[in-house]
Ligand binder design. Structure first.
Ligand code: UGA
Length: 436
């Protein structure tokens, strides 16, 4: 079947490439000519493991193509996915829907024959209804059904998440849309991925509720980690011990410096707003947002404590800047607040990230030095701080580090190492929610 995907950013590109890999005929559309030109030459604008191969294979086999022209791209498509950005609106935290609505208007004027218009972007409850209204208003003759199909992709693992999802949620208000969406996802549910059909408002809320729940779960274990430090318990064991209960589940119980990224901070905030606007506040998520915001900066106090209480003039090596490994995404990365707090405390910051340095330069506080590897960053440092758990930080050469640091102090905000192992290397060690 023919599928069009409007918006060739992270979600659009991963979805388009995966649909093509299922055997569908896919056109990815973006109004940015530079991006489309680059994609045609197989230059992928984002860092996502496996995506470049997936794109080039499907382009070569003529299942995937790119265009800046929406009318041309949607011609003959039975499903038209809207996968444009929905950033937080400045000032009030609501998702900004101007790009979604602009695409809806363009589709309305260009569409010929029946098509299902599918919201893939994360959008507030009621957006599918509004998109349907806009299309009707723009072109009363347009024959479309609007569906909501939220994505549950994690950056860095997006292709696996797309191809082996826990579930596929499809919101529809029209039986014709059910038939088309069943066909779109046939390759997946034949592999036993459950396809959950709901109405569009329910599907829209599922997305926010899922992300908010995961953010709350992380925040819960982060607060338990703080308590562990006070009472001498080990948060990793607590996570294992509670996670073995099938009702709780083992995933997303890894304590750290606070969640970041392009989704959790934005979606928790949007859910808080939606709930408040509907006179049904979700106080657990309001608290989650506040606790997580405070947590990021408070990580600098941990570093301060580790070096004896005063960071003024001391050099700190920050390892890992992106909000998590295997991405170059710096959006809402905990490193931004942590480094700012370190600078405020008078530290000299030298940072290294395997992939994210260029993005980091755009958003990190000024006055820090970017290094070519962990050892350059550690030269003369009074503390090495692991902020993001990139694999290459799991096997640091402590013998070498010992010879170049000013003081052998490791602050491990991702619990990458065992306290005993680090003690053997002669380093003073502090981590999250563990004794030592
Ligand atoms: C998240 C969701 O996991 C996806 O299901 C969803 O589709 C996506 O948002 C989205 O809405 O687009 P993502 O933001 O890529 O995916 O990253 P996650 O792997 O969920 O990590 C988010 C943050 O939580 C990171 O800062 C990570 O370090 C932190 N985290 C995660 C923890 O601190 N502890 C954990 O146990 C898990």
């Amino acid at each position: 079947m023919k599928i069009a995907v409007v918006g060739s950013g992270y979600v659009g590109l991963v979805s388009g490439a995966c649909f093509a890999d299922f055997g569908h005929q896919v056109v990815c559309i973006d109004k940015d000519p530079k991006r489309i030109e680059a994609l045609k030459q197989n230059i992928i604008p984002i860092y996502e493991p496996g995506l470049d191969d997936l794109v080039s294979t499907n382009v070569k086999q003529n299942r995937l193509s790119f265009t800046t022209s929406l009318p041309e791209g949607i011609e003959g498509a039975e499903a038209i996915f809207i996968a444009v950005g929905t950033p937080s609106r400045r000032g009030d935290g609501h998702a900004d829907l101007q790009y979604v609505y602009a695409v809806a208007r363009e589709i309305a004027t260009a569409v010929k024959g029946f098509a299902v218009v599918v919201d893939k972007s994360t959008v507030p409850v009621g957006t599918a209804d509004e998109v349907a209204r806009i299309i009707r208003e723009t072109n009363p003759d347009a024959d479309v059904a609007v569906a909501s199909n939220p994505e549950f992709l994690r950056e860095g693992a997006a292709i696996t998440d797309f191809k082996k999802p826990d579930r596929i949620v499809v919101g529809i208000n029209d039986e014709r849309a059910r038939a088309v969406m069943t066909e779109v996802y046939r390759p997946l549910y034949l592999n036993a991925s459950p396809l959950l059909f709901t109405d569009t408002r329910t599907a829209e809320l599922i997305k926010y509720a899922a992300n908010a729940f995961l953010a709350m779960k992380i925040t819960f274990i982060n607060e338990v980690a703080d308590l562990c430090e006070k009472v001498g318990a080990d948060v990793q064991q607590v996570s294992r011990g509670i996670g073995m209960d099938g009702r709780i589940g083992a995933k997303f119980l890894h304590a750290g410096p606070g969640y970041g990224g392009s989704c959790f901070p934005k979606d928790t905030l949007a859910l808080v707003k939606i709930a408040q606007d509907n006179d049904s506040p979700i106080r657990l998520i309001e608290t989650t947002v506040a606790v997580n915001d405070q947590r990021k900066r408070s990580m600098a106090r941990k570093v301060e404590k580790a070096v004896g209480g005063n960071l003024r003039g001391k050099s700190v090596a920050v390892l890992g800047l992106t909000f998590k490994p295997n991405t170059d995404d710096m959006r809402e990365a905990p490193a931004i607040s942590i480094v700012q707090a370190l600078l405020d405390a008078g530290a000299v910051v030298k940072a290294y990230d395997p992939v994210g340095t260029e993005q980091a330069k755009l958003v990190m506080p000024s006055g820090i030095t970017y290094c070519a590897d962990p050892y350059e960053a550690a030269e003369g440092a009074s503390s090495i701080v692991i902020v993001t758990e990139w694999d290459q930080f799991r096997a640091l050469d402590f013998g070498r580090l010992k010879g170049i640091v000013a003081e052998p102090v490791l602050v491990d905000l991702r619990n990458v190492y065992n306290p005993e192992e680090i003690a053997r290397h002669g380093f003073q060690y502090s981590s999250i929610g563990r004794p030592g």
